[in-house]
Write a protein that binds this ligand. Structure first.
Ligand SMILES: CC(C)(COP(=O)(O)OP(=O)(O)OC[C@H]1O[C@@H](n2cnc3c(N)ncnc32)[C@H](O)[C@@H]1OP(=O)(O)O)[C@@H](O)C(=O)NCCC(=O)NCCS
Length: 182
């Protein structure tokens, strides 16, 4: 399946609408997606969207959120893997895997992000593990959208995949997202 990568600033109004409609179908309980394409972290011009079309129709998508994240004493460039979805009509046909494989390849070949980082529910852990993502057990702090501090317990569904750096180089220590989750 062909995956298209488009920077946020280059999306046409029609593409923006199609992504929002795909996300509404894929995440029917996420209220943010009723009126916008982001959850917790607002959009930025240079962030990439990964999309797949079949017969002209958008069937899968991922948003990659750029964020400078503090981990222990280190500062890393993280690609926040967000809004991973395929349309309910095409589940099980390989679209989710194909779009995530393109994200993995982008992280490893573009000289931009040290790691990819995502948050998932237990039921999707296996999907990401099969794609080479691994659990992390760091303490993790972030901000609520209103700026108040929040803490996520170790083992709270955070997973990473390699970018410029390999999985063995993931630092120990508290992760500070320096902003909201995605
Ligand atoms: C998660 C999601 C993207 C998977 O998409 P999909 O198009 O059904 O996935 P694919 O058909 O590409 O499946 C790829 C592989 O993952 C497996 N898989 C799919 N969903 C899985 C799950 N929840 N747990 C474990 N494995 C899963 C498939 O069996 C398949 O395995 P195979 O390669 O051995 O055949 C899709 O179910 C979705 O959009 N869900 C709703 C939105 C959501 O919750 N996204 C996750 C946010 S963290």
């Amino acid at each position: 399946m062909d995956v298209t990568i488009t920077a946020e600033r280059d999306l046409t109004p029609q593409q923006e609408r199609e992504i929002m409609e795909l996300q509404q179908a894929a995440f029917p309980k996420t209220e943010s997606f009723v009126h916008q394409r982001w959850h917790n972290t607002p959009l930025s011009d240079d962030e990439p969207w990964f999309t797949i079309r079949r017969d002209g129709r958008l069937i899968a998508g991922v948003r990659l959120v750029p964020r400078r994240v503090s981990i222990g004493e280190k500062e890393l460039d993280i690609g926040g893997i967000a809004n991973v979805c395929s349309h309910p009509d095409v589940r099980g046909a390989g679209a989710g895997k194909a779009v995530m494989q393109a994200v993995r390849e982008y992280l490893q070949t573009e000289d931009r992000f040290d790691f990819g980082l995502l948050f998932c529910n237990p039921e999707h852990r296996g999907f990401y593990a099969a794609l080479g993502c691994v659990d992390i057990d760091n303490e993790l702090v972030h901000e609520h959208p209103d700026g108040t501090p929040a803490r996520r317990k170790p083992g709270g569904g955070a997973m990473i995949c390699s970018g410029r750096m390999s999985l063995d180089d993931w630092p120990a220590g508290e992760v500070n997202l320096n902003g909201p989750t995605w």
